[in-house]
Design a protein around this ligand. Structure first.
Ligand SMILES: NC(=O)c1ccc[n+]([C@@H]2O[C@H](COP(=O)([O-])OP(=O)(O)OC[C@H]3O[C@@H](n4cnc5c(N)ncnc54)[C@H](O)[C@@H]3O)[C@@H](O)[C@H]2O)c1
Ligand SMILES: [Zn+2]
Length: 683
């Protein structure tokens, strides 16, 4: 972890300084945040081991690693950095250290999103916005009043004529990022690579021909008396400034961790990027007692989440034709780990987008994966573009059938629509590894589709011998034989039906795993993205794709079901009472059938799911996420309380259901405890 030689340590310091200078000065980045944080951690560890090596003004000890752009607006009080923790243990230790420093428990902690933007200080005099400055080196920053005036949430006038200094983050929402890049490319400027650099570029730009949208969220204020931080944030809302008001105030560390986890879980649904949670002592007395170092306060800490944006190389752009004929570019990436998952491909939305984002094969690109969202490329690192990189040439004709492309919509389509893929889908369905329909070969499928007799697999089961016999080169005997073969395929196991449907990102063995895990098509269709991830080898990316594919396939599946095709799997054993061999190792791998299966928190002793009702709000979760969480923990969520209910989770705002649970003597769990339990669940 540490550097072995003084020279290596010094070289790393130099790289950090260079990266910080680039990061705070403009939209270009020397490295992504994960690499930067890792390098910084190594430098810090080396300094701990060799204090005598430490350079003056080490990046570990100064605000913005010494890279902030100094301006002429001197701050009323230094604008500091924050120390980082990356896991629960270190957060506990931090809280213990703080409470030792205080000599008593802290009077509450706030948990706020760490928005990925730029810090500013905004001065209001008698209710009017007079000056806005960046953080700079912490002591003095640049005047950005002109641009900052346009940030939503930072009003020109307060609701009352107060004189205050508001501190907070200027950032760009995901939606505004699209708008900003559309404006930029319309004026011939290169697009921004991701929302943070877009916010930085927009805020610091001097003269510009367009007005890209910005947002603001306050997380600090001076001049509103000396009440708790959370109260000051609420007061800011009253004055018309958007702030972190309403974020949880926690007492114990367990509480704190649950709130941090809830915030992490909501990432990806916020509409803007966050890179962590900021935990702060809520009471001014605690803050004063704890004090600050030259770089960071001791009363606050950043809990960093795994980076959701990484850089990697765009190896190629492939063109995919979907089942309905939609034609989309897909990015093939050098594998990169993003928040614990290896990403190898990403969506590029549509061909216009490709031009607008100015992305070329060979580029180093920013890839973002927020929550369960399929990874997307936000932009390219133009300063690293290879000299020979060529713009991607979109296809002239449909890459599957060579037919015409309809370009009237943003999403291009093959003009043949579903028919474009029908022939291929049918041959996949009939193949030996799928439904194994003997005699249904390529030539015959050509004839059947050309004659309009078959457009999807379900149509096959409606074919009658006379219809077939009327086709070229087909005798009565072979027609009868083919119909018999088609009918016989109705009893194939679910695994083969799934294989035959050609669900993207699944093949033969994954189809078998899915079938063995869920047992019936009905159960598979009802599975959430979280349920799907319980299947071995299904990560978030694949789970999202499978779920989306199944939705798209539902009409065909319904038609197949109505024709009597078997939709159950004979190898299915209810989990986890079944032997592990049949569930975990459909490929005959080395699972031990006698191995005990660990129970999830909401499974009963026999492995069956508890029936759980969530009522009222669970901190940080929407109703739907609450239900998903139940399933992630091994339970089955239900909406009504009865004698059969095993557990009722009661949060704020719970009503009659909580009362009913009490009346029936059903076990009750407070929402906080549930949120804490969720932390222990597998991702
Ligand atoms: N990629 C690179 O080359 C590069 C270079 C330098 C810095 N960085 C990134 O910046 C980080 C360190 O930079 P820093 O010193 O600007 O930030 P920091 O991690 O020290 O955190 C302090 C900053 O967090 C922001 N913030 C957001 N929400 C907040 C909240 N609720 N309360 C308080 N502050 C909040 C503010 O801008 C504040 O100035 C690194 O960890 C890295 O991720 C990246
Ligand atoms: Zn086509």
């Amino acid at each position: 972890m540490t550097f072995e030689t003084l020279a290596d340590y010094r070289a790393a310091v130099a790289r950090i300084r260079e990266a910080a200078a680039a990061y705070y000065a403009g939209p270009d980045l020397a490295m992504d945040d994960a690499d930067y944080d890792a390098l910084m951690a190594r430098v810090a560890a080396t300094e701990d081991e060799h204090p005598d090596w430490k350079v003056d003004d080490s990046p570990t000890e100064v605000v913005a690693a010494g890279g902030g752009v100094v301006g002429d607006v001197v701050h009323s009080e230094p604008m500091l950095s924050l120390d980082n923790v990356f896991d629960a243990d270190t957060l506990r230790k931090w809280a213990q250290r703080l409470e030792r420093l205080l000599g008593r428990p802290a009077g509450g902690y706030t948990v706020e999103p760490k928005i990925d933007g730029l810090a500013i200080a905004a001065r209001y005099e008698d209710g009017r916005l007079v000056q806005v400055a960046t953080r700079g080196d912490g002591r003095a920053g640049e005047d950005v009043t002109g641009q900052a005036r346009r940030a939503a949430g930072l009003p020109e006038r307060l609701a009352e004529p107060r004189t205050v200094e508001v501190r907070g983050e200027v950032f760009m929402t995901d939606a505004d990022f699209e708008v900003a890049n559309a404006m930029r490319t319309a004026t011939g400027e290169p697009p921004f690579a991701h929302p943070r650099s877009a916010a930085a570029g927009t805020l610091r730009a001097q003269d510009r021909t367009y007005d890209a949208p910005l947002s603001f969220l306050a997380y600090g204020v001076r001049g509103l008396g000396d009440g708790p931080h959370s109260a000051a944030m609420a007061e800011l809302i009253r004055l018309g400034v958007s702030s972190t008001a309403g974020m949880p105030v926690c007492t114990g560390v367990d509480d704190l961790l649950a709130a941090v986890e809830a915030l992490n879980a909501s990432r990806g649904t916020l509409g803007y990027g966050i890179d962590g949670a900021v935990i702060k002592a809520d009471q001014p007395a605690d803050r004063e007692l704890a004090g600050s170092s030259s770089r960071a306060p001791r009363w606050g800490i950043a809990y960093k989440f795994p980076a959701d944006t990484r850089t990697t190389r765009l190896k190629a752009i492939e063109v995919q034709v979907g089942r309905t004929g939609v034609i989309t570019p897909v990015a093939v990436l050098e594998p990169v780990q993003i928040s614990g998952v290896i990403v190898t491909s990403a969506t590029l939305h549509n061909f216009d987008d490709l031009v607008r984002r100015n992305v070329r094969p060979g580029d180093t690109v920013f890839v973002r994966r927020a929550g369960d969202v399929i990874p997307e490329i936000t932009g390219a690192k133009l300063d690293e573009r290879p000299a020979d990189a060529q713009p991607f040439e979109p296809p002239v004709n449909c890459p599957r059938c060579d037919g015409e492309i309809d370009r009237t919509q943003k999403r291009w389509r093959c003009t043949r629509g579903r028919a474009c893929g029908a022939r291929e889908a049918l041959s996949y369905y009939a193949a030996r590894d799928s439904m194994d329909i003997e005699g249904l070969g390529g030539k015959l499928l050509d004839m059947l589709t050309a004659a309009g007799l078959v457009t999807d697999p379900a149509d096959l089961y409606d074919l009658q011998p006379p219809t077939l016999a009327a086709l070229d080169r087909m005798g009565e005997v072979s027609a009868a034989k083919l119909v018999a073969a088609i009918q016989a395929s109705k009893t194939q196991p679910l695994a083969r039906v799934l294989t035959g449907l050609g669900v993207r990102m699944t093949g033969r063995s994954m189809s078998r795993r899915l079938a063995t895990h869920f047992g019936t098509m009905e159960a598979l269709l009802a599975a959430s993205v979280a349920d799907l991830q319980e299947v071995e080898g299904v990560g978030p990316e694949r789970a999202v794709t499978i779920a989306a594919e199944l939705v798209e396939l539902q009409p065909v599946i319904a038609r197949l079901t109505s024709r009597g095709i078997n939709m159950t799997e004979p190898t299915y054993r209810p989990r986890p009472a079944a032997s592990a061999g049949s569930t975990a190792a459909p490929d005959g791998s080395d699972a031990d059938p006698a191995a005990p299966v660990a129970l999830l928190p909401l499974q009963k002793d026999d492995g069956t799911p508890m029936t759980v009702v969530v009522t009222g709000s669970v901190p940080g979760l929407t109703r739907n996420e609450g239900n998903e969480a139940v399933e992630r923990l091994g339970g089955r969520s239900s909406s009504s309380v009865s004698k059969k209910t095993d557990l009722v989770v009661v949060g704020e705002g719970a009503g009659s259901k909580a009362a009913k649970a009490e009346e029936l003597g059903v076990r009750i769990m407070p929402a906080e405890e549930f949120a804490a339990l969720l932390q222990t669940a597998p991702a």
